[in-house]
Design a protein around this ligand. Structure first.
Ligand SMILES: NC(=O)c1ccc[n+]([C@@H]2O[C@H](COP(=O)([O-])OP(=O)(O)OC[C@H]3O[C@@H](n4cnc5c(N)ncnc54)[C@H](OP(=O)(O)O)[C@@H]3O)[C@@H](O)[C@H]2O)c1
Length: 289
């Protein structure tokens, strides 16, 4: 399969390039510097030159608090970008898979959000991502939207990759205890994205690791325990105490009715995925130190 990955320098983008390469795909990754997805002519040139069978869009402006104070940049990266990719995919008859977020929901539901739940974002980031889903789907029928949440993996700027080194240095840590989501390991997400490329069935998928979900505190405590680090360093805080510019959904756990109907194998439990991540992190820390 000939695959183009946008946002290839990011946490998920890197995992997707790696996954597709290990599959033997002809994969071309564009990082932000080599392709700005909100620039029409750059998108057209990149896709017309590459002629992919599938485009996996991992590019987004993911700074949730930054988006709150610059809705223009959020709209360009998260809404216009997917729309331009979809329109160009239509021109070359390529499948588009574009990643979205659990933050399209407001968090007021008890239990898991499915495709039957009406999105109602409460932040600029969430609104821009929902707009991106809709504009991409309107521009091109062969669009798959993949919502995910609480993504973690090696090498990114995510919560866990900074937590473990800080705990290793004995620094005090804080984790929010009253916000729950479904943790998702980037390599597991990448594997499912590649499977969905083969399935080629348009629609909205929710892709997360299995389990009942976790708060950031649950997640952090489990990681510290698995890494053999001192969890007494961790202080639980509430979302309100964190004073972040952007509101966040208190519950954004996802469940995928489509994957169940298609009998796709459930992704591993998040604790199993976390164990893989922690052992890789510990391995790279000891190699570096
Ligand atoms: N991380 C999570 O917990 C999470 C949860 C749910 C959904 N998601 C979604 O998952 C996807 C991948 O996110 P991630 O975690 O891999 O985030 P990430 O590490 O921040 O990667 C996003 C990449 O997109 C690039 N980018 C930003 N604006 C761009 C533009 N206009 N054109 C091209 N590239 C651009 C960024 O480059 P620069 O850094 O150079 O700007 C970055 O390399 C996104 O759609 C995100 O909304 C993430």
């Amino acid at each position: 399969m000939k695959v183009v990955v946008t946002g290839a320098g990011g946490l998920v983008g890197r995992a997707v390039v790696e996954r597709c390469a290990s599959h033997g795909d002809d994969v071309r990754g564009f990082d932000h510097q080599s392709l700005d997805i909100s620039d029409t002519s750059s998108v057209q040139t990149a896709l017309n030159d590459s002629k992919p069978d599938v485009v996996i869009n991992c590019a987004a402006w993911t700074d949730v608090d930054g988006c709150e104070s610059d809705s223009g940049q959020a709209e360009r990266a998260n809404a216009l970008g997917p729309e331009l990719l979809a329109a160009t995919c239509r021109d070359i008859d390529a499948l588009l898979i574009t990643i979205s977020t659990d933050y399209v929901f407001d968090g007021s539901k008890e239990g898991f959000y499915t495709q039957r739940d009406q999105p109602h974002p409460i932040s600029v980031y969430g609104r821009s991502k929902l707009e991106g889903e809709r504009r991409a789907q309107a521009a091109w029928a062969r669009t798959i939207v993949v919502r995910s949440g609480y993504i973690f993996g090696v090498g990114g700027k995510n919560f866990l990759s900074t937590l473990l080194p800080r705990a290793g240095r004995g620094e005090p840590l804080k984790a929010i205890s009253d916000m729950v989501g479904t943790p998702t390991y980037a390599p597991d997400l990448a594997r499912r994205l590649r499977e969905l490329a083969a399935v080629d069935l348009p629609g909205i998928f929710h892709v997360v690791n299995s389990g009942q979900g976790a708060s950031f505190e649950d997640f952090a405590r489990a990681a510290l325990e698995m890494a053999g680090l001192n969890s007494a360093l961790l202080k639980r805080v509430t979302l309100a105490e964190f004073h972040r510019p952007a509101p966040r959904p208190r519950n954004s756990r996802l469940r995928c009715l489509w994957s169940e109907a298609l009998r796709l194998e459930a992704l591993p439990h998040w604790t199993e995925a976390l164990r893989s991540f922690v052992s890789l992190q510990s391995g790279s820390a000891s190699a570096a130190g």
